[in-house]
Design a protein around this ligand. Structure first.
Ligand code: ADP
Ligand code: MG
Length: 247
């Protein structure tokens, strides 16, 4: 579980996060939306200690983040908006293997995780390609694969879908849905709810560093109208009876 209690984050005069208290249960799928500058990135970066709040506290699985940064970073996987500087190796396979390797896993287990993670982001079999020759969208997918391969209990993705083409986007969303089904908490920061709103259990809308909306996905649509967020038209969830059956 990720718990924040009255978290405040400030950059000089700017209050980026203004007293946020939030509980994210194990296995929840949460979408965090809101206008640019509303504090989404700053807030999620407190979840694993990348940003230290000026006030308030954050507990990950019951332990204050600052008491055990290593545990928090292992429990909360994070994929950044701008993955450019986040690579540690020259090739796709070596980069994705780096984290799992450092966990001390066997070669077979590292290989299994790398293969599954690359498959999930539609980069299967491209292990030996150099990262510096990839497009922005491909790099983003490598960064996502790197986080997936750590198999964290909680996975945070900050605008992960922005640079992706449609097949890659669908592949990543489908992997997030299966991780969620398997019990991983999934927290997606996005300004585009296509494919997310129907999968999420909960939608949190931020405005000016505060939580303005916190509701289930079904009722989120109206409340989000006030925020600068693209909300796609309603579609039936798989297995759910559509309100207007077409046959
Ligand atoms: P969002 O992810 O919703 O766009 P951010 O958390 O990035 O919001 O930013 C919240 C506020 O904090 C904005 O006013 C932004 O300009 C400011 N801010 C974010 N990062 C920094 C930084 N490193 N230095 C100074 N101000 C920052
Ligand atoms: Mg941001």
């Amino acid at each position: 579980m990720i718990r924040t209690h009255e978290v405040v984050c400030q950059y000089d005069e700017t209050i980026a996060v203004d007293g946020v208290s939030l509980n994210i249960e194990n296995g929840e799928y949460v979408a965090i939306v809101g206008p640019n500058g509303s504090g989404k990135t700053t807030l999620v970066r407190t979840f694993n200690g990348l940003v230290t709040p000026d006030n308030g506290r954050i507990l990950v699985d019951g332990t204050p983040v600052e008491d055990d940064l290593v545990a928090a970073r292992q429990a909360v996987g994070m994929v950044f908006q701008e993955p450019r500087d986040a690579f540690v190796a020259a090739t796709i396979g070596a980069d994705v293997a780096f984290g799992p390797h450092n966990l001390g896993l066997s070669h077979a287990e590292v290989d299994r995780r790398v293969e599954a993670a690359l498959e999930a982001v539609a980069l299967a079999g491209r292990d030996n390609e150099r990262i510096d020759r990839l497009s922005g969208g491909e790099r983003e997918r490598v960064a996502i694969a790197g986080a997936l391969a750590m198999e964290p209990a909680h996975l945070v993705l900050d605008e992960p879908l922005t640079g992706l083409d449609e097949p890659a986007r669908r592949s990543v969303l489908s992997r997030l849905a299966s991780l969620h089904a398997a019990g991983t908490s999934v927290i997606v920061v996005t300004h585009d709810l296509r494919g997310v709103i129907d999968a999420a259990d909960r939608v949190i809308g931020m405005v000016d560093g505060r939580i303005a909306v916190d509701t289930d996905a079904a009722t989120a649509r109206e409340e989000l109208a006030a925020l600068d967020v693209y909300v796609p038209p309603e579609t039936a969830r798989p297995g759910q009876t559509a309100s207007t059956p077409d046959s």
